[in-house]
Each structure stands twice: as structure tokens, then as C-alpha cells.
Design a protein around this ligand. Structure first.
Ligand code: OGA
Ligand code: FE2
Length: 460
């Protein structure tokens, strides 16, 4: 039995760390809560181990004390001591068996249980890549939200409820200064050693983004404000889905978030129960979100999109199907050609840098296989509030839309002509404190030929 166990552990410890490729823990809070529970279990197991070692030492101590007294008496008058036949017998017994037993006790390995628990749990632990990812996410947060290291390490983040992070974060300061140094030194050696090669072949900076400054300002809520004249044209209203019978009796609240491109927000449009169901359905399937590689048109992971996502089909749950139907009724667009409902979860540092939801002319047609045309419109549900950060921003026009649980925003990505609207370029700002859940529906061109209602596309 024991040898089978040891064998299993050996096999596990060799195979598992490789077969469980890294899981991008930092991108999603869901998986990080599992880690906290795992760590708690390990602490329990460690405490059991400590108890076992203490027990063992206690037994050894008692033996030593007993023998200490005995040998004291015996050495004082050895002959007198051995004159007693029981003492002579006991000496034989001690030397022949009891010291042997003590040797076994001293050699006994109490760490078995703890070590095997550790080996098994380890397969789910973050690796070097996860740790670097986490450090980079912190740097990104510092940059985007203009935090000094002090603010971050003291836990003086915008939400007073989250100041528990205090103190511990000294460690992060260290990691971050190391990370910054590493970045600096690689660029320095580059410039020293291969100046010429670099002059010829300019290395593209992976983090370069033309609108970064604007993007980060909007994320901090420092965007240019709309002129009062323009703002006056933004309204809120009760909306009946363009006289959809379902909504004539119970119209929904709709607010204009922006005029050009027109972005509208629906309020109280998804209930807490529906949100819970959608999250529960998505949780077991969340995996690192992918993007279309503009060169190959294939799906890959990218540093500029850090979140976990899953797709839900209307067939698998009446709740999902009801939600799809609601989007169709309120936009007047056919959702049968839309993509499935995408659920995304952004952990701390999670973000999606500025992008278009539609495919550009110069791209290999990413949506060709679907046969449903380009992404005509985007519907985005906010399924959580976010304590700090996590806005959806439109750097071309200066709009910031803040997450609010139960609401949804909608905009057209294409003009009625089918041309892409470049002013819809948008981003999901890094989450600074909290956990952001959204779900979105990308509606496609096919099916909308005779449907696109003008009321939702342009402000009159
Ligand atoms: C997207 C997107 C914005 C957000 O998933 O395409 O732009 O705020 N999301 O999550
Ligand atoms: Fe998007």
C-alpha cells in the first residue's frame, strides 16, 4: 500500500507540473478564491504535521528524562543496582529492545501526510509566469491610475473597504522595483550591444499604443467633458423597443451615454438572479480570452487582453435564451445570426486595451467562416459593480462608461452603409479594486437587412 502511494506521488510530481500548463490566475478572481481555499487546507495539514512532530518529541523527551533518572541511580552504585535481579533484567530489556524502539521513533518520518498533500495541491499552484504576470499587472495599475508605490503598498486604494491589503504589500514594492529594473536593464543592454542592428531594424515596443495617454486619462475619469450644448441633447427616457408589444406595457429605462457614436445605456435590464445564473453557468468554463491575430487571423492570447471568458448558448439554459430574446426585442436586431453570449471576468489588473469590435478592411476576414458578415453592433451587460477602475472607454471621442450592475450599453459598430465606424474604438480599463463581470452579445450583419431601426442608431 505504502509503496503504491509513494509511486503515485512520484509519478504525480513528475507529470503534473507539466501537464497543467499555467492557468493565468491573476486574470480572474474565481480561480484565485480556489487558491485561497487550497492554502487554508495546506495550513491545516501543516498544523497536523507540527502536532505530530511535537508528540514525537514529547515521547522522546519523556524517555530521556526517565533514563536520566535511572542512569543516575545506577551509576552511583552499579553493583548494588545490579544486585537487584529485576534491575538486571530491565537493563537487558532496555538495551536489547527499548533503545531500538527509540531509534525507530527518532527516525520516524512524520511529514508524510503533509508532503503528499503539498505535492497534490502544488499542481494547481501558480508558476513563474503567473507571478511575473501579477507583477506586471501591478505596474500597469500604477501607470494607469498614477499611483505611487506608497499608495499601493499602504493599501490606500480608492475603496476604504479594501484597506486590509495594508503592510503585506511591502513585498510588492520589492517585486515591482525589481521588475522595473529588469525592464530598464534589458533596454540598456540592447542599446549598448546592438545599436547598429537596432537602427536598421526598429524593435516594435509591445506596449506601444498611440492613444495610451488619452486611454489612461479616460480610465482615471479625467476625460474632457462634453460641451454643455452637446450634453443637453442627451436624454433619458422610457423605451418600448420601438413599439414592441412586450415593452409597450412595461417600457425600460434608457439613458443616452454619448451622442457620436451613439451609446445608450439600459437600466435594470438584467436581474440579480439572472446574473447569478449566467455567472454560475460560465464559471466552470472560464478560460483566458483570445483575440484574432491580425497577421494570421487565428485566435491567440495577448497581453493587451487580460480576462477570462466563456461562451453560453441559448440552448443550454432558458435564462440565456430569455436574455438573447431581450436583446433582440430592445435593439430590433435579429440575434439568430449573433455570436453566443460571451461572459467575461476581469480580475485585478484585468483589461482589454483599445480595439474595434468589427473586422477592418485590411484584416483577413476573421468572421468569414461564420458567414454572417461583420459585427454590426455590440451589446454589453455589466454584471457587477467595480470598486475602482474597470470603465469602458472610447478614446477617439473621450467617452467613459462606468460599470453599473444590472445595466447594459449598446452601440453600432458599423454605419448603415456597412462601413466601420472608427469612432467606436474602445477599451476595458484595468480593474484597480474589485472584480468585474460583463457579458456581451456581438450582433452580425446578416438578418438585419430590413430591420435596422433608425431610432437606436443616430440621435435625431
Ligand atoms: C469587449 C469589450 C468592454 C468591457 O469585450 O469587446 O470591449 O468593458 N469589453 O468589458
Ligand atoms: Fe470590445
Amino acid at each position: 500500500m505504502a509503496s503504491v502511494k509513494v509511486w503515485c506521488i512520484l509519478v504525480l510530481s513528475f507529470l503534473l507540473p507539466h501537464s497543467y500548463a499555467h492557468m493565468d490566475f491573476f486574470t480572474s478572481i474565481g480561480h484565485m478564491t480556489d487558491l485561497i481555499n487550497t492554502e487554508k487546507d495546506l495550513v491545516t495539514s501543516l498544523k497536523d504535521y507540527i502536532k505530530a512532530e511535537e508528540n514525537k518529541l514529547e515521547q522522546i523527551k519523556k524517555w530521556a528524562e526517565k533514563l536520566d533518572q535511572l542512569t543516575d541511580t545506577a551509576t552511583k552504585d552499579p553493583e548494588g543496582f545490579l544486585g537487584h535481579p529485576v534491575n538486571a533484567f530491565k537493563l537487558m530489556k532496555r538495551l536489547n529492545t527499548e533503545w531500538g524502539e527509540l531509534e525507530n521513533l527518532v527516525l520516524k518520518d512524520m511529514s508524510d501526510g503533509f508532503i503528499s498533500n503539498m505535492t497534490i495541491q502544488r499542481q494547481y499552484f501558480p508558476n513563474d509566469e503567473d507571478q511575473t504576470g501579477a507583477a506586471k499587472a501591478l505596474l500597469r495599475l500604477q501607470d494607469t491610475y498614477n499611483l505611487d508605490t506608497d499608495t499601493l503598498s499602504r493599501g490606500n486604494l480608492p475603496d476604504p473597504e479594501h484597506q486590509r491589503a495594508n503592510g503585506n504589500l511591502k513585498y510588492f514594492e520589492y517585486i515591482m522595483s525589481k521588475e522595473k529594473e529588469a525592464n530598464k536593464s534589458t533596454t540598456e543592454t540592447d542599446s549598448q550591444t546592438d545599436k547598429e542592428t537596432k537602427a536598421k531594424k526598429k524593435e516594435p515596443n509591445k506596449d506601444y499604443l498611440p492613444e495610451r495617454q488619452k486611454y489612461e486619462m479616460l480610465c482615471r475619469g479625467e476625460g474632457l467633458k462634453m460641451t454643455p450644448r452637446r450634453q443637453k441633447k442627451l436624454f433619458c427616457r422610457y423605451y418600448d423597443g420601438n413599439q414592441n408589444p412586450k415593452y409597450i406595457l412595461a417600457p425600460v429605462k434608457q439613458e443616452d451615454e454619448w451622442d457620436k457614436p451613439r451609446i445608450v445605456r439600459f437600466l435594470e435590464i438584467i436581474s440579480d438572479e439572472e446574473i447569478e445564473t449566467v455567472k454560475e453557468l460560465a464559471k466552470p468554463r472560464l478560460s483566458r480570452a483570445t483575440v484574432h491575430d491580425p497577421e494570421t487571423g487565428k485566435l491567440t492570447t495577448a497581453h493587451y487582453r487580460v480576462s477570462k471568458s466563456a461562451w453560453l448558448s441559448g440552448y443550454e439554459s432558458p435564462v440565456v435564451s430569455r436574455i438573447n430574446r431581450r436583446i433582440q426585442d430592445l435593439t430590433g436586431l435579429d440575434v439568430s445570426t449573433a455570436e453566443e453570449l460571451q461572459v467575461a471576468n476581469y480580475g485585478v489588473g484585468g483589461q482589454y486595451e483599445p480595439h474595434f469590435d468589427f473586422a477592418r478592411k485590411d484584416e483577413p476576414d476573421a468572421f468569414k467562416e461564420l458567414g454572417t458578415g461583420n459585427r454590426i453592433a455590440t451589446w454589453l451587460f455589466y454584471m457587477s459593480d467595480v470598486s475602482a477602475g474597470g470603465a469602458t472607454v472610447f478614446p477617439e471621442v473621450g467617452a467613459s462608461v462606468w460599470p453599473k450592475k444590472g445595466t447594459a450599453v449598446f452601440w453600432y459598430n458599423l454605419f448603415p452603409s456597412g462601413e466601420g465606424d472608427y469612432s467606436t474604438r474602445h477599451a476595458a480599463c484595468p480593474v484597480l479594486v474589485g472584480n468585474k463581470w460583463v457579458s456581451n452579445k456581438w450582433i452580425h450583419e446578416r438578418g438585419q437587412e430590413f430591420r435596422r431601426p433608425c431610432t437606436l442608431s443616430e440621435l435625431e
